[in-house]
Write a new protein. Structure first.
Length: 468
C-alpha cells in the first residue's frame, strides 16, 4: 500500500490507534507552508481562515499536519471522501488504472472503466429508477451538474422559471448561485440567472409560519401549492423545482418524508420537473444509498457529485429517458471523461455496498446525535441537534434570547470559538447555516464507534472552554 500515514514518534494516537491523543492544546500559529499560501493565494481562499492547518499525511479519518499534530476529520473534503483518506483499495484501483495505459480523460469517448462505472451507478440506484435511467456526464464539479439539470429542465418543458428554497446551496456558477439562498455569496454579484423564486423550506427551529414540526411542513406545502395554483401569484409555471433532501450548507436540515412526498405529488400534478440535488447527501451519507429513498419517491432528475467519484472530480445527472431531449453536443465539457474518477467511483460504490457502509452511516449518525443531545442538556447554547445518517449538525444560539419572530438568536461568534477550540483539541468540524451558527459533522462513512465517542468528548470540551 502506498502513501500510508507514518506517524512521527512524538505523535500519539490512543491505544486502539483510532483517535488522536492530545495532552496539550495544539499550536495553530501559521507555519511557513501556511504563510506561503497566504502570500501567494487569492483572498478568496476560505477553509484555511478557520482551519489553519497544512496537511502532510492522511489515513482513514486521520490527518497529520506539517507540525506533526494529528486530527480526526469530520469534514472529509466537504463529503467528497466517503471512504476517508488513502483507502488501500482505492489507491490500488487508481494505480491499476494508470498502469493500463489509458488516458487520464477521454471527453465522452467510452472505455471499459467508463462502462464499469455506469453499470456500478445503475446497480446502486433504486431498481425502479435505474430501469429507465439515462446518465449524463458533466464537468468535474457539482455546480456543472446543476447547470446541466437547469438546461435540461428548461429544454424539456420549454419554460424558464425555476423554484428553489430558503437555505438552499447549489453551487457558485451563474445558474447554481442564482438557485442558492445564501445572500452573502450573492450580495456583490450582478447578472445572475433570472426568473428564480424561493419557497420556504421546512425548518422547525426557524419556521416561516411560526409552527415548526409537521404543521410547519404542511403549511410550506400549502404555500407552494397555492402559489402554483394562483393566476395572480406573479410566478409563471416553473420548468423545475430543485431541492436538497437534506440541506447541507444551509445548516444540516433534513426535509421530512411527508414534505418530499407532497412535493412529488404537486410537481407531478402541475407537470413540473422535480430535481433532487444529492451532491452532498447522496451515496450512503444519509444512511440510505440516496436520501430521497426514505420518502419512497423518485425525482425526475438526480444530481450527484462529491462522493460519486470516490474522492476524484466527477459530476453526473441521472433522469428518466423520456426527458433525454438533447441534441448531440448541446451540452459538453472537456473534463467529463475523468478515467481515474470512474475507476475510483466504481470501486467506492462496490466497497460501500460490500462493507454495508450505509448501515454504518445510519448507526454512527444515531450514536453521534444521541451523544450531542446529551451535551445539549448540559449546556445552554445548543438550540437543536439534527441530521440523518452521517450528516449531523448543532445550532449554536445565545441562551434565552429570541428575535422579533420568536426565533432563537444565532451566536456565530461562539460557534467560531467552539470550532477553533475543537481544532486545538484534534477535531476538524465545519460551520454553516444561518449566520454561520451551525456546527456541521460530515465524517467519512468508515468512522468507528470509538471515533464518534472522541468527536463528542472533544466537542463537549470545546463548548465548555468557551462558556462565560
Amino acid at each position: 500500500m502506498q502513501n500510508v500515514l507514518n506517524l512521527a514518534p512524538e505523535i500519539r494516537l490512543s491505544n486502539d490507534q483510532e483517535v488522536p491523543f492530545v495532552n496539550e492544546l495544539y499550536d495553530l500559529t501559521p507555519d511557513n507552508v501556511l504563510l506561503s499560501q497566504e502570500h501567494y493565494e487569492s483572498e478568496v481562499r476560505s477553509y484555511p481562515r478557520r482551519l489553519p492547518i497544512a496537511i502532510k499525511n492522511t489515513r482513514g479519518v486521520i490527518i497529520e499536519d506539517t507540525k506533526g499534530q494529528v486530527y480526526l476529520d469530520c469534514l472529509a473534503g466537504a463529503g467528497a471522501l466517503p471512504l476517508g483518506y488513502n483507502h488501500s483499495e482505492i489507491n490500488q484501483v487508481m494505480i491499476g488504472q494508470l498502469n493500463q495505459g489509458v488516458p487520464y480523460q477521454t471527453l465522452d469517448i467510452t472505455t471499459p472503466a467508463k462502462d464499469a462505472f455506469i453499470k456500478s451507478v445503475m446497480q446502486f440506484l433504486p431498481s425502479n429508477f435505474a430501469k429507465n435511467a439515462r446518465i449524463q456526464f458533466c464537468g468535474p464539479s457539482g455546480a456543472d451538474a446543476v447547470e446541466a439539470s437547469i438546461k435540461l429542465a428548461k429544454l424539456y418543458t420549454k419554460r424558464n422559471t425555476m423554484i428553489s428554497f430558503h437555505g438552499a446551496y447549489h453551487g457558485m456558477t451563474n445558474g447554481s448561485l442564482a438557485l442558492t439562498g445564501n445572500l452573502g455569496a450573492k450580495n456583490r454579484r450582478t447578472g445572475l440567472m433570472s426568473d428564480v423564486h424561493f419557497m420556504p423550506f421546512p425548518y422547525s427551529l426557524r419556521c416561516t409560519f411560526g409552527l415548526g414540526g409537521i404543521e410547519g411542513a404542511k403549511q410550506s406545502i400549502r404555500y407552494i401549492e397555492s402559489v402554483l395554483s394562483d393566476d395572480e401569484s406573479g410566478i409563471t409555471k416553473p420548468a423545475a423545482i430543485i431541492v436538497e433532501p437534506i440541506q447541507g450548507e444551509g445548516g444540516v436540515i433534513p426535509a421530512p418524508a411527508y414534505w418530499l412526498q407532497e412535493l412529488r405529488r404537486i410537481t407531478s400534478e402541475h407537470g413540473i420537473l422535480l430535481i433532487f440535488d444529492e451532491i452532498q447527501c447522496g451515496v450512503g451519507r444519509s444512511g440510505d444509498n440516496f436520501a430521497f429513498e426514505e420518502a419512497g419517491i423518485e425525482p425526475d432528475i438526480l444530481i450527484l457529485s462529491k462522493a460519486i467519484g470516490g474522492g476524484m472530480p466527477m459530476s453526473i445527472i441521472l433522469y428518466n429517458k423520456k426527458f433525454d431531449c438533447w441534441n448531440a453536443g448541446e451540452h459538453t465539457g472537456t473534463f467529463r471523461g475523468n478515467q481515474l474518477a470512474m475507476a475510483s467511483g466504481a470501486k467506492t460504490l462496490e466497497i460501500i455496498q460490500r462493507d454495508n457502509l450505509t448501515e454504518n452511516a445510519k448507526q454512527r449518525g444515531e450514536q453521534l446525535r444521541s451523544l450531542l443531545r446529551t451535551i445539549q442538556t448540559e449546556t445552554d447554547c445548543i438550540a437543536e441537534v439534527r441530521g440523518r445518517g452521517l450528516m449531523c449538525g448543532i445550532e449554536i444560539v445565545k441562551a434565552g434570547e429570541v428575535d422579533a419572530l420568536g426565533h432563537p438568536v444565532s451566536d456565530p461568534a461562539r460557534t467560531a470559538k467552539i470550532q477553533r477550540a475543537a481544532l486545538e483539541r484534534g477535531l476538524i468540524i465545519e460551520k454553516g447555516g444561518r449566520k454561520g451558527s451551525v456546527l456541521r459533522f460530515l465524517p467519512p462513512l468508515i468512522i468507528s464507534e470509538t471515533q464518534i465517542n472522541f468527536v463528542a468528548e472533544t466537542l463537549k470540551a470545546a463548548i465548555e472552554c468557551t462558556q462565560g
